[in-house]
Design a protein around this ligand. Structure first.
Ligand code: SAH
Ligand code: F3S
Length: 445
């Protein structure tokens, strides 16, 4: 009987993609995936270290698997990803449930590590690589609905934003060979996928062969290669996002009209202490370029409240910028000190917990209004929707997303799952658009 593994993934889309690589490595070693940890011989937790809260949650899960190990003492537990990379040996020292710890660049060594673990040795491998892009590993796409999936185009980040742990946990920025990216996208097409999201911490820094192929070129290559598939990407960086990229988005119907452009703060003083490398004016200029070049584009963002030195006036500037941009959606966080980052080493965490929470609440409240406003504007419009599934409540209620990445709910037959349909929007909530099926489009792929 095959040995079974169970895997939990926390944090970003890149982690989802990484877990799919790990799953393939294990499958090739004769392991079978199970979604029931009780059946598993091996439990893997792919972790996030971006905020303390994310790490606390993982510590909680480790406690849970400690009990599972009491019931099944042969169970092995491995911690992967950013928290593994950040804590290294400390994780083995503090958590006796953990058998091995592996950082994001070491997954190819998994078979060897497991062998040593089987021999009773606890293992640590957290060497970061300047080259590893896992080109030669085909992801085992167990996470996905076989309609929409991820392809990573670059790994690591060189930006060194003052608050961010990612450059420390994921290492130096490196781009993946466009040939292997295209091959993976073509595989997805052949497997019936209808949407691909290209992933990088900063996609705009994609650079193959000293500038021979930049992100705009890559995006165009992918868009041309799979005209029957939607192409998305994340994450864009305000400093590096060029008009050239915007023109590619505008020129190719299958490139989605949606950009996630994290701003973090609306105050120049805070942006400077954050070492973001752009000003509010620069950011607003990028927003203006998006509206000019891609009028139907939706924009979302990330926000941090209560970063070091943030005053009430800075916070007001953030709210003001949000009102100006009118984001369709936002991911909003309270600043959380991450060990070893520039901010942790050099800047006092001087905004009180109370102020951080209140400012975050104000940001969320405003965004809720802006999301409603953005959705209200879509009422009466007809969108092409990629149908992704049925709602939990009724199998006749389908959900999917439009090009702008908004969730659309409407009535239809579940045979439509996986196809593109036109839906006319009749009403909305803060989080979704509600509509009526107009017609099913011809599937050209
Ligand atoms: N470039 C990455 C960013 C990864 S971190 C990407 O692909 O999205 C995701 C978001 O977490 C950041 O944009 C930021 O808003 C938030 N974040 C990062 N470090 C944080 C910290 N120390 N405290 C609070 N939020 C943080
Ligand atoms: Fe983090 Fe800034 Fe890179 S937020 S991932 S250091 S772009």
């Amino acid at each position: 009987m095959n040995r079974k593994f169970y895997i939990e993934t926390y944090g970003c889309q890149m982690n989802v993609a990484d877990s799919e690589l790990v799953a393939n490595i294990l499958k090739n070693k004769g392991f079978e995936l199970t979604d029931d940890y009780k059946q598993a011989d091996l439990v893997l937790i792919n972790t996030c270290a971006v905020r303390d809260k994310a790490e606390q949650r993982i510590i909680g899960r480790l406690g849970f698997f400690k009990s599972a190990k009491r019931v099944k003492p042969t169970l092995k537990v491995g911690v992967l990803g950013c928290m593994a990379q950040r804590m290294k040996q400390q994780l083995l020292d503090e958590q006796d449930v953990v058998d091995f710890v592996m950082g994001p660049d070491t997954y190819k060594r998994l078979p060897e590590i497991l062998e040593n673990v089987e021999n009773g040795e606890r293992q640590l491998d957290v060497i970061l690589s300047k080259q590893e892009t896992y080109d030669d590993i085909k992801p085992f796409r167990y996470n996905e609905n076989k309609i929409s999936g991820f392809v990573s185009i670059s790994r690591g980040c060189n930006n060194m934003c003052a608050f961010c742990i990612v450059p420390f946990t994921r290492g130096r920025e490196r781009s993946r060979d466009p040939k292997s990216i295209l091959a993976e996208v073509i595989d997805m097409k052949n497997d019936g996928y209808k949407e691909v999201t290209l992933l990088g911490q900063n996609v705009d820094k994609y650079n193959w062969n000293d500038g021979e192929i930049k992100f705009a070129n890559l995006l165009e290559m992918v868009a041309k290669e799979v005209p029957g598939m939607r192409v998305r990407f994340a994450t864009s960086y305000p400093q590096d996002m060029t008009d050239e990229v915007l023109h590619i988005i505008a020129n190719y119907e299958n490139v989605c009209k949606y950009i996630h452009l994290p701003v973090q703060s609306g105050s120049n003083a805070v942006l400077e202490t954050m070492k973001r490398g752009y000003t509010r004016e620069w950011y607003l200029n990028r927003i203006e370029a998006i509206h000019r070049i891609i009028p139907e584009c939706a924009i979302s963002t990330d926000m941090i409240s209560g970063f070091c030195g943030e005053t009430e006036e800075d916070h007001q500037q953030t709210l003001d910028l949000m009102r100006q941009v009118k984001y369709a959606y936002a991911y909003m966080f309270k600043y959380s000190v991450r060990p070893n980052t520039f901010a942790a080493r050099n800047l006092p965490d001087d905004v009180s917990e109370e102020d951080k929470s209140r400012r975050l609440a104000e940001i969320i409240e405003l965004q809720n209004d802006l999301s409603l406003e953005s959705n209200q504007k879509d009422v009466g419009k007809t969108f092409e929707v990629l149908v992704e599934g049925t709602s939990k409540r009724s199998e006749y209620r389908l959900h999917g997303r439009n090009s702008q990445n908004k969730v659309v709910i409407f009535e239809g037959d579940k045979s439509l799952i996986g196809s593109f349909v036109d839906v006319k929007i009749e009403s909305h909530t803060q989080a979704t658009l509600l509509g009526k099926l107009v017609s099913s489009c011809v599937d050209e792929s």
